[in-house]
Design a protein. Structure first.
Length: 229
């Protein structure tokens, strides 16, 4: 994994560093770690890993949650899986990388033709994230909870089926069932191919994943975290 740590200083009372590692040969993942700057006690904090669209390029939208979680005494790792955040590929066809028929859509199609998928790749990234957490060996032992927002939480739910180091999952606006996708009146174009996992419905529906380990908040896009319009 050849992990590296780059200190980034402090912002609004939180100490931040950037961590990089190889998820597999030629594919890099990374993340930002946040913790209270004034907490100098030599103790192992508990860690929460966060997964959402855009990774560390979307910190502003989730900043209140990051601050609240760190103030509760936890450290936060915001994960960049393959093609996310600073690893996002350059655009092609004059379209943003994450747009419908953008480069990530094209690469996802290529993976499916090869018998793989972007969803499977990013699920594996979550498992590798657990490996690098063990390597750093600086947080409290035990299962690591996750906080996910949007469809990207599917990677964590799938990874949790095979890696029991993943603890409780708080899922905001998840893909909670196939019905959520089928009944949606409008296709969400951005990253449309990122949760296509060929053959998954032959084995399970997302609603069957990780029960009762997942706390769902907001079942459909367009609702707040308590599920209200």
């Amino acid at each position: 994994m050849n992990p590296r740590i780059i200190g980034l200083g402090a912002v609004e009372g939180l100490e931040v560093d950037y961590r990089l590692w190889w998820s597999q040969e030629g594919i890099m993942n990374s993340g930002y770690v946040f913790r209270l700057a004034e907490d100098t006690a030599e103790r192992r904090r508990p860690l929460t890993v966060a997964v959402w669209r855009g990774g560390t390029r979307q910190l502003k939208a989730h900043w209140a949650w990051i601050q609240e979680t760190c103030r509760s005494g936890r450290a936060v790792l915001v994960l960049n899986t393959s093609g996310v955040g600073p690893h996002e590929p350059y655009p092609i066809y004059g379209k943003p990388a994450r747009s419908y028929f953008g480069v990530l859509h094209k690469l996802a199609d290529d993976l499916i033709w090869l018998g793989d998928s972007l969803a499977a790749l990013r699920t594996y990234d979550v498992v590798r994230c657990m490996e690098v957490i063990s390597h750093f060996d600086e947080w409290q032992a035990g299962a690591v909870p996750f906080y996910t927002v949007g469809r990207e939480g599917l990677y964590v739910q799938l990874a949790a089926e095979v890696d029991h180091r993943i603890g409780a999952i708080t899922a905001i606006h998840p893909v909670s069932s196939a019905a959520d996708l089928v009944r949606a009146r409008q296709l969400e174009e951005e990253e449309a191919m990122s949760v296509v996992f060929p053959g998954i419905f032959k084995m399970l529906d997302p609603s069957e994943l990780n029960e009762p380990r997942v706390e769902y908040r907001g079942q459909l896009e367009g609702k707040d975290v308590e599920g209200h319009e």
